[in-house]
Each structure stands twice: as structure tokens, then as C-alpha cells.
Design a binder for this molecule. Structure first.
Ligand code: ATP
Ligand code: MN
Ligand code: MN
Length: 301
């Protein structure tokens, strides 16, 4: 992936007072990447990551003993994070409020890392109004055995369809198997409307190209196809955040890319822990200027 750089950038490591214990602990046995290297990654990308992950409810994938041991998905504070990891009360379906987590500083990010976090996932809404979506995401999940070429084609298909109804989209490789096609939204529509829109669009795509797509939940119907995971677009659902490391072999990183780069990228796990400098430089490149930003609302469907 060749880039034009708009302006020279330095890798600025975010100032953080968080002390990382056991920095030599290996968190990915396949690559030998340590907790210290993980913390260095997050300190280096804090300035480009916080505009996204900051001020939205988050869930964490924590693997205190590394990704080869027990990991867990954490939505609520167990009371151990301290002040840099903040709370937002969210009303649950049954009418009672639950405290969710959010961060908005490098210290918040690094505190989570200190507590064994590898992955950061975020809601599609900001803490100011968690009922209104500020993005749509189509999480394209290939069935086992499908090659990346098929996912790439699928992403361009979604780009075209969303463009035809007036929505500008931005792609992200997840660091795993797939691609997220993201349409930023001015936070206006509430979750029921947003979910319904995403569901109907996913169904329409699956109906018009049933050989390649399915929006059906049963695994059996996904055979040889790409599952359009529209369920990221509902109250409480999360998607992996840009520049999050993944708790997968090689410690890959979820990375925003341009549609032009999408034509030639080789794998959704192209960047890894250790590539922070390149990721920061890319973020200031012409190719990624304005990534994820568009003033737009849900069209009629
Ligand atoms: P890939 O490209 O490999 O599919 P992905 O991040 O899209 O990577 P998915 O398996 O499609 O991974 O997961 C979609 C989202 O579901 C995740 O990004 C995450 O936010 C959410 N998720 C994952 N695990 C859990 C869990 N245990 N509980 C609740 N939500 C989860
Ligand atoms: Mn996915
Ligand atoms: Mn999914």
C-alpha cells in the first residue's frame, strides 16, 4: 500500500502517568509480543484513536494472562479501574440503569491496557445521547474457506449500494477475517429505526445476490457466503474500534483504510503491534484525510 503523505508527522507518544506492571509478560505467544509493546502501541496511537473510541460506551476484551489464556468481554466496571476510566449510566430494557465504561484520555486508554485489555470495542453512539446512532456499520463476515478477495468485492458492493442512496462510507480492515463498511451519521435517528434500516438493507442485498450474501442468522445458511452482520446496529451492540489490537495470532490491528487502498490490500490483518509509527503516519496522509467524517442522515429505504 503506497501512500501520499500530506504533511510530515512525528510519532508522538501520548503522555500518560499510568504505570504498566509486568511489561515483559507475553500476551501473544505466536509473535512474542509483550504487554509493554501493547502499551507502547496504545500510547503511540492514542491521539488518532481517541477521536473514535473517546466518549462512547465501550466494551473491553481483557486477557490478563495473555490471549492464549482466559479472555473475557467486559461491559461494566468491576470497580477496579480507577478514575481515568469513566462511567455513563445507560437505561436497560427493564428500566433500570447500568453503569457502562468510557474513556476520553490517554490515561483512560492506558489504564485499560494495564488491566489486561487487548481489544477496545465501542457503541455506535456517543455518551451525550446513547439512543442516537452516530454511525452505521456493515460487518462483513466471510464463511470459513472464503478468500479475502470475496470480502473485498463484497465491501465494494456495499459501498456502491450505500452511495446510491446517498451515504458516504469508509472501510476498515478488522485485523481479523473481514471488513467493516462504516457510514458516519449525524446523531438523529434512534436505534429501532437504525436497526430496521440496516436489517432491510442487508436483506435486500442478500435477496439480490443470494449466492454471495446472507443476512440469515443460522450458521448453516452462511455456507460459502458472506454473512452481513447488521446486528452491530442496535442498542448495546459494539464493533471493534479503529486502531484496536486484536487478541488473535500475531497481534493484528484494526485499521482504517481508503477505498483506493482497498483495491490492493492483501489481508485484513495487514498491520500489527509494532506498526504504530506507520499507522500514525498513515492517519495524516491524503489517503485517509476525512476518514469516517460525513454530515449525513439515514435516507428513506
Ligand atoms: P472479523 O473481521 O474477524 O469478523 P470482527 O471484529 O468483525 O472481526 P466479529 O466476530 O464479526 O469480529 O464480531 C463483531 C463484534 O461483536 C465485535 O467487534 C464485538 O464488538 C462484538 N463481540 C465480540 N465478542 C463479543 C462478546 N463476547 N459479547 C458481545 N459482543 C461481542
Ligand atoms: Mn466481523
Ligand atoms: Mn460479526
Amino acid at each position: 500500500v503506497v501512500l501520499e503523505t500530506a504533511a510530515p508527522v512525528e510519532t508522538v507518544t501520548a503522555p500518560s502517568s499510568v504505570k504498566i506492571s509486568n511489561p515483559e509478560r507475553i500476551i501473544d505467544p505466536d509473535s512474542g509480543i509483550t504487554k509493554g509493546a501493547l502499551a507502547d502501541h496504545y500510547a503511540a496511537v492514542a491521539a488518532i484513536m481517541l477521536p473514535w473510541v473517546g466518549s462512547r460506551p465501550i466494551s473491553l476484551v481483557r486477557c490478563p494472562q495473555g490471549r492464549a489464556k482466559k479472555c473475557f468481554f467486559q461491559k461494566h466496571d468491576a470497580g477496579s479501574f480507577g478514575d481515568a476510566v469513566k462511567h455513563v449510566g445507560i437505561m436497560e430494557k427493564d428500566g433500570h440503569e447500568e453503569p457502562y465504561l468510557y474513556i476520553d484520555t490517554p490515561d483512560g486508554l492506558l489504564t485499560c491496557v494495564q488491566m489486561g485489555t487487548i481489544e477496545f470495542h465501542g457503541w455506535g453512539a456517543r455518551i451525550e445521547d446513547v439512543e442516537k446512532a452516530d454511525r452505521l456499520v456493515f460487518d462483513l463476515d466471510p464463511d470459513e474457506g472464503l478468500d479475502f478477495e470475496a470480502v473485498r468485492k463484497a465491501a465494494f458492493h456495499f459501498r456502491e449500494i450505500l452511495q446510491s442512496i446517498g451515504l458516504k462510507t469508509f472501510p476498515m480492515v478488522t485485523g481479523g477475517k473481514g471488513i467493516h463498511v462504516i457510514a458516519p451519521l449525524v446523531p438523529r435517528a434512534e436505534w429501532p429505526e437504525v436497526k430496521s434500516f440496516a436489517h432491510r438493507l442487508a436483506q435486500a442485498v442478500a435477496q439480490s445476490d443470494p449466492d454471495n450474501f446472507t443476512a440469515a442468522l443460522p450458521k448453516a445458511q452462511r455456507k460459502g457466503r458472506i454473512f452481513v452482520d447488521y446486528l452491530r446496529n442496535q442498542h448495546g451492540a459494539t464493533a471493534v474500534m479503529p486502531y484496536s489490537v486484536r487478541a488473535r495470532s500475531g497481534a493484528p490491528v484494526a485499521a482504517p483504510i481508503s477505498w483506493k487502498e482497498m483495491e490492493t490490500i492483501d489481508t485484513p490483518a495487514h498491520w500489527r503491534v509494532g506498526d504504530a509509527k506507520e499507522l500514525v503516519k498513515r492517519a495524516a496522509s491524503k489517503a485517509l484525510a476525512g476518514w469516517g467524517r460525513a454530515d449525513q442522515t439515514l435516507p428513506d429505504l
